[in-house]
Design a protein around this ligand. Structure first.
Ligand SMILES: Cc1cc2nc3c(=O)[nH]c(=O)nc-3n(C[C@H](O)[C@H](O)[C@H](O)COP(=O)(O)O)c2cc1C
Length: 328
């Protein structure tokens, strides 16, 4: 919709929110705007039915956008009051916004535009404890924990699960089909669509769509991916596994908020990160991790690697007006 007559501050808040990460860069969100309120809703037309059948990654993505939105509110002298409404058929995150001169800007706000998912090799030298404490020591979020794997032995324990998850996904034609449908093989396609996985941000050369699809379907195999992952794991300084106490939409959103703060803090510390979600997505592999790491009834839902590295090209976003709905 057109932005005429909409509060320009609210538009800025939504623009900042949409810079959040989302699975396959689907941007599965809508923002309903009224006078003193923004309602963040899921856009189920962006579901990833194969890789995320229960939508937990969709709600994690909403949590990332919510965290950006609240940081932006505080930076614009607005006090955000968040309530989640997932009962009785509702599916809404309500953010009441009240003007306040006493709001303190959180420095993480300055890193919203600089954050990115960086999919290249990192410097594998371990990162010192004081820096790791800064990375994970931000305030606790209810029902979300971070497990760190920051030395060689710990990382070696994770490795077989990553490879098994990747093997299962790349042996699954439907997974590859869904992935390819979100790949944008040229800059023009990535810019025009404003979503999806642009080849350059994945570390691949730009190419015409038919060639890109052909390469993905015929030359990228479970075997070639396992080899690529073995190298990327070897070139990681550490991993962070995000765990929820139990599965619920609100916990998935909380996990997204916690992860987004981690990602922004990493950006502030000049540390890059990228997702390695296969072992969390493949339910049988997730169960093995739960047993091996004594997680009991808890669920490991998001895995990222991290380390020092150079920046890569940034991914694109849909124009802000496309995700806004106005309430008259
Ligand atoms: C819940 C969630 C799951 C993700 N899973 C993966 C993944 O398995 N592999 C990957 O390379 N990127 C993954 N990503 C990163 C997204 O692809 C990335 O956020 C999106 O392409 C936008 O790029 P940006 O983060 O650089 O802005 C995930 C992001 C989120 C929020």
């Amino acid at each position: 919709m057109k932005n005429d007559n909409l509060n320009p501050q609210f538009i800025q808040l939504i623009k900042d929110a949409t810079k959040a990460p989302s699975g396959h860069n689907t941007q599965p969100w809508k923002f309903k705007v009224s006078e003193n309120q923004i309602i963040l809703k899921s856009d189920y037309s962006k579901r990833l039915k194969v890789v995320d059948p229960d939508d937990h990654e969709l709600f994690i993505s909403l949590g990332c956008a919510l965290e950006n939105l609240t940081l932006s509110a505080k930076a614009h002298n607005l006090m955000p009051n968040v309530s989640m409404n997932f009962k009785d058929g509702y599916d809404e995150i309500v953010i009441d916004l009240i003007e306040s001169k006493n709001m303190q800007k959180d420095n993480l706000y300055d890193f919203i535009s600089k954050r990115q998912t960086t999919r290249r090799e990192y410097n594998p030298t371990p990162i010192g404890k004081d820096i790791l404490d800064q990375l994970t020591g931000l305030e606790e979020r209810n029902d979300v924990e971070i497990m760190l794997f920051s030395n060689k032995q710990q990382i070696e324990r994770l490795t077989p699960y990553i490879i098994e998850g990747s093997d299962l996904q790349f042996a699954n034609k439907e997974f590859v089909q869904e992935l390819v449908s979100w790949c944008r093989f040229s800059k023009k396609a990535a810019q025009e669509k404003g979503d999806g996985l642009w080849a350059a941000s994945m570390g691949f050369p730009n190419m015409p769509k038919p060639i890109g699809s052909f390469v993905m379907k015929n030359f990228v195999s479970a075997k070639s991916e396992a080899k690529r992952w073995a190298n990327l794991i070897d070139k990681s300084a550490g991993f962070a596994l995000f765990v929820v106490k139990e599965n619920s939409k609100s916990n998935w959103v909380e996990l997204g908020r916690r992860f987004q703060r981690f990602a922004l803090k990493a950006t502030q510390l000049n540390i890059k990160h990228a997702h390695v979600n296969m072992p969390c997505e493949e339910i049988e592999v997730r169960k093995k991790m739960i047993a091996d790491f004594n997680l009991g009834t808890r669920h490991p839902l998001l895995l990222v690697r991290f380390g020092y590295a150079d920046t890569m090209p940034y991914s694109f976003r849909k124009p802000t007006e496309e995700v806004i709905e106005r309430v008259e």
